[in-house]
Design a protein around this ligand. Structure first.
Ligand SMILES: NC(=O)C1=CN([C@@H]2O[C@H](COP(=O)(O)OP(=O)(O)OC[C@H]3O[C@@H](n4cnc5c(N)ncnc54)[C@H](O)[C@@H]3O)[C@@H](O)[C@H]2O)C=CC1
Ligand SMILES: O=C([O-])CC(=O)C(=O)O
Length: 324
């Protein structure tokens, strides 16, 4: 069997550099051989070729090929996994939604190219910000690809939430489960501990810590990294992309779930058709929204606020002509 065809956009960027070597080493798909297809803008093709040379120099046993393209149609040809990373990052003082116009325009032609050329079983992860709305744009330009094959990355927020809870309680990260990120990958997101467990037991943390410390820390972590590093998260974002695809393809663990931006089917009162983060599981074939969770008044108001922002972003890209 030839290796999995994986297209990565923005391959010469900071996330690309932290991501590609881990994919090629087997961190994402286990023992499966991989064929990497890197897409860049013409000005960055040279840099992407340099990265491709380094990938070759690693002599990864699982890496069958690496090719660089500046044309989306060719890059997505036969793609089984597409990681849409290529987009501008925000700088200090910006919100991710400030990137809507500049980045939104990237995702319409890429969605169309996926529709025309990708494999029938393609799975698409949108990382480029604002990730939820960019995923909506890409999916709207791929009418022949089932909408549930598009997802947006909120796994970095999920991992941040798990790490913060572990640090607060002294638990090991691996003992934390059932944390959820709801809504948008933005400061309105709702990191939710109501159903979280440590070593299988419900978590007792005081609500003032959750509201005044935990939620703002997780929701503003991206900005804190930009402030500290002078550049937006890269290795942790690449790691989250690896976690997202690995769980999507290999399945989530039986007693846990993860978080991902998926197209809403109306679950939990989130309007159908927008890309919102939910608690999700996968049996290896696709994401399924966890059902039956109790949503109290506090959670309801937080989810509604983030959904309101997603609806505003949808309306903004509609008025820019980026979605029908
Ligand atoms: N969802 C999430 O949790 C996270 C999302 N991000 C987002 O990921 C995106 C990439 O971040 P970085 O790698 O740090 O940025 P970067 O600026 O280092 O790299 C972006 C790369 O994308 C390329 N690019 C631009 N337009 C393209 C196109 N049409 N086709 C192919 N490539 C294209 C650029 O040439 C550049 O090499 C940003 O939008 C950033 O905000 C970053 C961290 C976390
Ligand atoms: O904050 C940013 O702009 C980059 C990002 O999405 C994150 O680190 O969560």
């Amino acid at each position: 069997m030839p290796g999995m065809r994986i297209t990565v956009t923005g391959a010469a960027g900071q996330i690309g550099y932290a991501l590609l070597f881990r994919i090629a080493s087997g961190a994402m798909l286990g023992d499966e051989p991989v064929r990497l297809r890197l897409l860049e803008v013409p000005a960055a093709v040279g840099a992407a070729e340099g990265t491709a040379m380094e990938l070759v120099d690693c002599a990864f046993p699982l890496l069958e090929s690496v090719d660089v393209f500046d044309d989306a149609g060719t890059a997505f040809d036969g793609a089984q996994i597409a990681l849409l990373v290529g987009a501008r990052p925000r700088g200090p003082g910006m919100e991710r939604s400030d990137l809507l116009e500049a980045n939104g325009a990237i995702f319409a032609p890429q969605g169309a190219a996926i529709n025309a050329r990708a494999a029938d079983d393609v799975r698409v992860l949108v990382v480029g910000n604002p990730a939820n709305t960019n995923a909506l744009i890409a999916a709207s330009h791929a009418p022949d690809v089932p909408a549930d094959r598009f997802s947006a990355m909120t796994r970095l927020d999920h991992n941040r939430a798990v790490a913060q809870l572990a640090a607060r309680t002294g638990a090991r990260v691996g003992d934390v489960s059932r944390v959820t990120i709801w809504g948008n990958h933005s400061t309105t997101q709702f990191p939710d501990l109501a159903h979280a467990r440590i070593s299988g037991e419900p978590v007792a943390v005081d609500s003032s810590w959750v509201e005044d410390d935990f939620i703002p820390t997780v929701a503003r972590r991206g900005a804190a990294i930009i402030e500290a590093r002078g550049a937006s998260s890269a290795a942790s974002a690449a790691n989250a992309a690896i976690d997202h695809v690995r769980d999507w393809v290999q399945g989530t663990s039986p007693h846990d779930w993860t978080s991902a931006g998926v197209i809403s089917d109306g679950a939990y009162g989130v309007p159908e058709g927008i890309v919102s983060s939910f608690p999700v599981t996968s049996d290896g074939t696709g994401w399924r929204i966890v059902d039956g969770l109790e949503i109290d008044a506090f959670a309801r108001s937080r989810i509604d606020a983030s959904v309101a922002e997603l609806l505003e972003e949808r309306d903004a890209v509609r008025s820019l002509g980026l979605i029908p």
